[in-house]
Structures are given as structure tokens and as C-alpha cells.
Design a protein around this ligand. Structure first.
Ligand SMILES: [Zn+2]
Length: 526
């Protein structure tokens, strides 16, 4: 399949005239992803368009940098511009203008591109060494907690791989690493990546796959000399996991402008978060400068392991993520009366733990009472005085609800509160349920879902749509522009554990889908 494409090249460099510019475009386009190019017209003011010979000379010394802007243009606008005299379009003081007409690469050529699965594997294995338990091997997993020495060493390793791929890494004030590859136009970048920090005793695929596959995708384009219209921006988000400090998604939240008041003063293991950010090259005093507004990128992709059992159970290699579930968290406080375990008759007790136990079961009952993929968990309970010979006087427990629909969460929370009131009455206790935060859900853009799904089809790989029950940096990008996620199967559904695995074949398939999705998104208007 071929399509005619037109570009304007605008040049305001004193050194490089429009004919140089045209040749530069011709060179980059013919070498890369357009099969034929015609320079329709070169218009220069005060410069001769140059002889055939001088063009050839210019071609050999085409500048890589310079005051050149190239923008795609529709055939209609092009013809109108030519009729009006090309320089009229060269607004903004641009001195010379070149018009270039080309034909897009055959789609089949791009669809045959494949990443190097062996290289991807060896890099995942190499990254796993940073934070590996002493004396262990790959199967021992990794403890690469954010801001630790292992995190710093892992980031250095990744930045070296970025340099190899021609991406000059830069670190923003939140500690996020970015590396850009120029596009044929200076338009909005296609952003993609993940994170490399882990939970304590975590696995070697959570985050790492998405980061190293992103770099591998760029290397594949480099190897085939393919340039995208949009610039490509690889991102390594800082401190995704949380679980050490109270809040994760730290780097992506800073970019989305969703940091929480005072959180930079939080500490873990004696380290203040703000000092952690300094350790990885960020600047907490300027962290607000990491923020970006909506429309900052063309689109955002994240390849990640599923961290659940669905894809493996269904024998499917690629998950097209519909969205990331919203999380609502509550604290239930149950007040009874602490009393002597020997002298207080059963009928006289106001046992906070008995009430709490009933509430745990009520959460399960309410969540499973309606069809759907919603989940509810009581993961923590504190009892006071927590003594073997005292009737428990008070208890607090956590209630966490997750679903793609926030309306569902509200409905479940209301139902749980009703049940809690009844439990409190039955046990002559008081139960108070208070919200303690959570995360808004994020929907993957419909066009982005279609792109991922089609990318899997192109590769002849089975895919299915599913929600993400785990949180990801992608949910912070969703409000800023079109977001899409690609999942690969987690063997036995295990993650956040040294047992975490994705087959090497599925890692490569995921990276190939990422690459095809990037190429498709490059030509998509959202
Ligand atoms: Zn992750």
C-alpha cells in the first residue's frame, strides 16, 4: 500500500539554503521510510537552487542539525500554497522553502520489522543483576527499591543502553529519565516506557520489560534506518512501586501534577523522599517543573506484564488493556469495650474483633453479590489491646475496592456501610468507615486499544481485551493524552515475587507489538 505524502521544509539557516534542506529531506526520507521522493519545487530567496552537481555535493554533507523544520502538508494546501507562491507559506521569518513530495513506504515493509528477542532477553538478564540477592542468580529475583544503590546502578545501566540506541538520556526534576529520537517533523512525541524500580524481593519483569522493550524498539528502527514522523520519547519513570514510601507512581504523578502536599518529607528506612529524588539526579526543589499539561505528547504506550492469570489461562500472548481500575480505600474503625476475658460473659461482650471479623466477610459478600470483575480486600487489621486475655476493645481495618467503574465502587462502598451498620447494632459496637484515598481509574483511549489490537493481528498473535487490576504510570498519563497499554502473560499469574515470569517468546511478542503500535500511531490523528 502506498500513499502520497507532501512535506514543507522550512529553513532559516544562513548556511543551509532550501536546496540543501530539500536534499536533506530526500536523503532521510529515501533512506528511511519513503520509497520514492520528488522535489517538486525549491524556492530560495537570494540563493540559487544549485546545480545538479552542487546538490550531489550537498547531499554528501547534509547537516544533521540546523534551523530546519519539516512539516507534513495536505495535497490541497500544498497546491494552494504553490499557486500563492511558496514563500507566502513560509511564515515566521523562514527564509527558504522547499516542497517535497514522496510516497510512503509499503506498509508490508514496516509490518515485517521484528525486534531482536535475544538481545532483549540478555538485557533483561543483565539488568536483573542490579539488586539481586547476594549469591543468587536470575531466579532469585530483585530488590531494586526506588532511590536505593541498586536503583541508581540499574538506572545507569539503562541510560547506557539508551546511549547505545542514540537516545541522549536526560533526567527531569522528579528523577524521570527521558531519551528522545528525532522525528521527520518537530511535532509531538510518541512517549513510551515503564519503570525499573521494584518492590523488595520483587521479580525481573515488572517494569523492566517495558523499559528495555522500548529501547529495543528504537534500536530496531535504527538498524533499518526508519524514521517516524513524530519524535520518539523513551521514558523510565522514577519510583513507580510505592509500598516503601506511602505513595508510588511518584515520577509520573509529578509529571501529571498530582503530587500530594508534604509527601516529599515522607521517609522510609531513614531516607526522606526528597533526598531520594536527589540521589537519582532529580531536584525536589524544582519538582513542579517536571509537570506537563494535557497535549504534551502525541500518545503514550506502556508494555507491562499482566501481573494476573487471565492471559495465561486463556492461552493468549497479548492483552489489550481497556483501562486501569480505580482504587478506593477506606479505614473502618470499630469501637467496642475492652474487658476481662475470664469474667465477661459472652452475652455481655462488646467485642470489636468479632464485629471486625463479620465486616471482613461482609466485604467479600457485597463484592461478590453482583456480576463483574470488581474486587474487594481487607488486607490489614489492628486490634487493641491485642492481648490473649482481654476482650478486644477496638479494631481498625483497611478496606480496598477496585473496578474500572468508579460508580461501581461507590455502590459497593454504600452497600458495605449498610452492612457495617447492622453488624455494629448486632454486636453493640460502633463502626465508622472513612475514606482514606485511592486512585482514580484511567480508561485506555479507544483508538489506542484498536492500534494495539491491530498490531497483534499484524503479527499473527492472539490478543484479548482486559482491565488492569494493578496500578501503572500509564494511569497518570491518561489525563494528558491518548494512553494505551499492552500486557504480556504472567506465568501462574505471579508478580511482585522472585517467581515472577513471562516466557521469553512472549517478551519478544510484546516488544514487537509495541513497535508495530508505535508505527501505527505515528500515522494516526487522535
Ligand atoms: Zn510495574
Amino acid at each position: 500500500m502506498r500513499a502520497d505524502l507532501y512535506w514543507f521544509a522550512r529553513c532559516n539557516s544562513r548556511v543551509h539554503g532550501a536546496h540543501d534542506t530539500a536534499l536533506r529531506i530526500v536523503e532521510s526520507i529515501t533512506l528511511n521510510y519513503v520509497t520514492s521522493v520528488v522535489v517538486n519545487r525549491v524556492t530560495c530567496r537570494g540563493t540559487s537552487p544549485g546545480t545538479r552537481e552542487s546538490r550531489r555535493t550537498a547531499l554528501s554533507a547534509v547537516p544533521r542539525e540546523g534551523g530546519v523544520m519539516i512539516e507534513p502538508i495536505s495535497r490541497r494546501r500544498l497546491l494552494r500554497s504553490l499557486a500563492a507562491g511558496v514563500p507566502a507559506v513560509a511564515a515566521g521569518g523562514f527564509r527558504d522553502v522547499a516542497v517535497v513530495h514522496g510516497q510512503a513506504a509499503r506498509t508490508s515493509e514496516l509490518e515485517r520489522l521484528r525486534i531482536d528477542g535475544g538481545r532483549l532477553r540478555s538485557q533483561i538478564e543483565a539488568l536483573s543483576a542490579f539488586g539481586r540477592p547476594p549469591g543468587g542468580d536470575f531466579s532469585a529475583g530483585v530488590s531494586r527499591v526506588a532511590y536505593s544503590d541498586a536503583d541508581i546502578a540499574g538506572r545507569a545501566y539503562v541510560m547506557d543502553r539508551m546511549r547505545e540506541a542514540g537516545l541522549s538520556p536526560r533526567i527531569d526534576p522528579a528523577g524521570n529519565i527521558f531519551g528522545r529520537r528525532k522525528g521527520l517533523t518537530p511535532g509531538l512525541p510518541i512517549l513510551f516506557g515503564s519503570h525499573i524500580d521494584s518492590v523488595p524481593s520483587g521479580g525481573n519483569f515488572d517494569g523492566d520489560l517495558g523499559v528495555l522493550a522500548a529501547i529495543e524498539a528504537v534500536r530496531t528502527l535504527n538498524a533499518h534506518g526508519i524514521y517516524t514522523t513524530h519524535p520518539l520519547e523513551v521514558v523510565v519513570w522514577a519510583h513507580e512501586e510505592g509500598g516503601t514510601f506511602p505513595n508510588g507512581l511518584n515520577g509520573s504523578r509529578a509529571v501529571a501534577g498530582r503530587l500530594i502536599q508534604g509527601e516529599l518529607e515522607h521517609s522510609w528506612n531513614g531516607l526522606l523522599k526528597k533526598d531520594g529524588i536527589r540521589r537519582i539526579g532529580g531536584d525536589p526543589d524544582r519538582i513542579h517543573e517536571a509537570r506537563h499539561e494535557r497535549g504534551w505528547f502525541h500518545c503514550y504506550f506502556e508494555l507491562h506484564i499482566e501481573q494476573g492469570p487471565v492471559l495465561e489461562r486463556d492461552g493468549v500472548s497479548i492483552g489489550v488493556v481497556e483501562g486501569i481500575v480505580a482504587i478506593a480505600r477506606y479505614r473502618a474503625t470499630i469501637k467496642g469495650v475492652a474487658n476481662h476475658a475470664g469474667t465477661t460473659a459472652m452475652a455481655d461482650r462488646q467485642d470489636a474483633l468479632v464485629a471486625a471479623s463479620q465486616l471482613v466477610l461482609a466485604v467479600r459478600d457485597v463484592v461478590t453479590a453482583e456480576p463483574g470483575r470488581q474486587v474487594g480486600t481487607v488486607g490489614r487489621i489492628d486490634v487493641s489491646p491485642n492481648a490473649a486475655n482481654v476482650v478486644p476493645g477496638s479494631a481498625t481495618l483497611s478496606i480496598e475496592l477496585r473496578d474500572l467503574s468508579e460508580a461501581t465502587l461507590t455502590r459497593l462502598a454504600d452497600a458495605i456501610t449498610l452492612r457495617a451498620n447492622a453488624i455494629a447494632r448486632d454486636n453493640r459496637t460502633a463502626i465508622e468507615i472513612a475514606p482514606v484515598g485511592g486512585y482514580a481509574g484511567a480508561t485506555a483511549d479507544r483508538d489506542m486499544q484498536a492500534i494495539v489490537s491491530r498490531a497483534a493481528d499484524v503479527l499473527n498473535v492472539a490478543s484479548e481485551r482486559l482491565p488492569s487490576g494493578a496500578g501503572h504510570d500509564a494511569q497518570m498519563m491518561a489525563p494528558l493524552g491518548p494512553m494505551g497499554m499492552i500486557f504480556t502473560p504472567s506465568i501462574a499469574g505471579i508478580s511482585h515475587s522472585p517467581e515472577e515470569r513471562t516466557s521469553w517468546e512472549d517478551c519478544a511478542r510484546g516488544a514487537d507489538v509495541l513497535l508495530q503500535a508505535i508505527l501505527a500511531a505515528d500515522h494516526t490523528t487522535f
